[in-house]
Design a protein around this ligand. Structure first.
Ligand code: ZN
Length: 240
């Protein structure tokens, strides 16, 4: 059983009528609904929970953390973001969705601005798959399509991905590194662009397939209670 925790800031869904119509119970619930299975157990947490629901105990009991945030990144305390960063370094998987590119934990793990250029026009988006043999795109073929999505375009202020899995193309002509794979410490990280709150993106079966596959891929095969690369005392050769 893979233990997934979904963090959603859960702000737009409460105040924006358009978003409320699409995700009446919040995006975290919509994502949990398609992930929950015999293989995956899901817990959801939001900004409303003490410590964003991301206590040390919860993180230690989480194989893969999914993150959606947009307007309230600064309401996630630094201490919580550092705790997430350390959990990833120790081996927890981390799947970062859409505007989560600007979340504190993702930026801490990347070490760069993670800025993007964007336009909210509901452009058609085709996400081209660079490596159809990768487990995150198992069951898919050459591309997936999102009828309406917020346009994100380059330059994207991320470090060079370990592997670029998807290139997003918009019918307005822009392109974006929409599926990026990283390893930080022992933890696997996947950034996936689709999921603007005013479009029903998380109901698209191919998008669901990617997130489900990403959870299985990011689940740790190794975890350590300590941060990796501890100080190792000098080993002196035995005499005689
Ligand atoms: Zn957005």
């Amino acid at each position: 059983m893979i233990k997934v925790t979904i963090f959603n800031e859960f702000v737009h869904e409460k105040y924006d009528e358009n978003v409320k119509k699409i995700y009446p119970n919040g995006m975290h619930v919509a994502i949990a609904d398609f992930l929950r299975s015999d293989e995956i157990s899901v817990r959801t947490v939001t900004l409303d929970d003490p410590e964003c629901g991301l206590t040390q105990d919860v993180l230690e009991d989480t194989d893969v953390l999914i993150w959606w945030g947009h307007v309230a990144h600064d309401r996630v305390p630094d201490e919580v973001a550092r705790r997430v960063q350390e959990s990833v370094l120790k081996g927890m998987g981390f799947v970062v969705l859409h505007s989560g590119h600007h979340s504190k934990p993702f930026r801490y793990l990347m070490g760069t601005t993670c800025n993007v250029n964007w336009r909210e026009d509901g452009d058609f988006c085709r996400l081209w798959i660079c490596d159809p043999s990768h487990p995150i795109v198992a069951g898919l073929d050459r591309y997936i399509e999102v009828p309406h999505e917020e346009m994100y375009t380059e330059p994207f202020g991320i470090p060079e991905p370990d592997k670029l899995l998807m290139i997003g193309w918009y019918d307005s002509g822009e392109v974006f590194r929409s599926g990026c794979i990283y390893q930080r410490g022992h933890g696997k990280i996947f950034y996936f662009q689709p999921g603007h709150e005013t479009y029903p993106t998380y109901y698209i079966p191919d998008v669901q397939t990617v997130i489900r596959n990403a959870v299985k891929w990011a689940a740790p095969t190794y975890r350590t209670p300590d941060l990796p690369c501890p100080w190792v005392p000098r080993i002196t050769p035995k005499e005689g």
